[in-house]
Write a protein that binds this ligand. Structure first.
Ligand code: GRF
Length: 207
């Protein structure tokens, strides 16, 4: 049975695009359907990309609302949508604990750094400013903390010779766009119920 996935974005949506393309014609074909691309920002460029790919979109604006009001609206929406997985792709809000609990081990994020070394925003700036010769992209489950959820996999990005932040980001995103779908394939095809989570999260290069 194909799984239903909801993708949450806030901006550009390049990871979302790569995933949708893999669902339509690549390594995620026949494994899942993207039932919605959701944004908390009405002007997120990714919304137009999703529409052009034939995907339904939904917006609940976070701006101008109290955080608790926004969170309650989002909970209600996701609860009734009932996706099998929630895929965060440049979604810039913290997932509230009630959503984490409702979709435990079914919310996945991509982080542009090694979550053990750098949490929060600006992962590529951090790698660039520290002149790292390589950095890692992390795909992980979401828990109640900030970038503290169980790591599904990490993949290295070679930064040797990258002289600008733009170059660092370009190399990183090229890895992200392939790696995220590979991880999703692993998730969609491998058992990871609560008692199997430790085994599941121990792999490094999903294939
Ligand atoms: C990516 O670098 C991702 O790792 C981070 O936010 C960025 C989103 O980019 N979480 P995009 O919107 O997918 O282009």
């Amino acid at each position: 049975m194909k799984k239903k996935i909801a993708i949450l974005i806030s901006g550009r949506g390049s990871n979302m695009k790569a995933i949708v393309e893999n669902v339509q014609n690549g390594i995620l074909k026949d494994l899942c359907d993207v039932i919605v691309v959701f944004s908390n920002k009405i002007n997120a460029p990714g919304l137009e990309i999703a529409k052009s790919l034939g995907i339904s979109t939904k917006v609940i604006e976070s701006k101008g609302r109290k955080r608790s009001t926004y969170n309650a609206l989002l909970y209600e929406y996701l609860d009734s949508l009932d996706p099998d997985y929630i895929i965060l792709a440049g979604y810039m809000k913290i997932i509230s604990p009630d959503v984490v609990q409702r979709f435990r081990n079914r919310i996945i994020n991509i982080h542009p750094a090694d979550t053990a070394l750098h949490q929060g925003l600006h992962g590529y700036e951090w790698a660039f400013e520290n002149k790292l010769e390589s950095t890692k992209i992390t795909v992980h489950f979401i828990d109640e903390g900030l970038d503290t959820g169980q790591v599904i996999a990490k993949r290295e990005v070679d930064l040797k010779g990258a002289k600008t932040l733009e170059e660092v980001e370009k190399r990183g995103l090229a890895v992200e766009h392939e790696f995220y779908s590979e991880c999703l394939k692993k998730i969609l095809t491998t058992e990871h119920t609560e008692n199997k989570m430790d085994d599941f999260c121990s792999f490094n290069r999903p294939g």
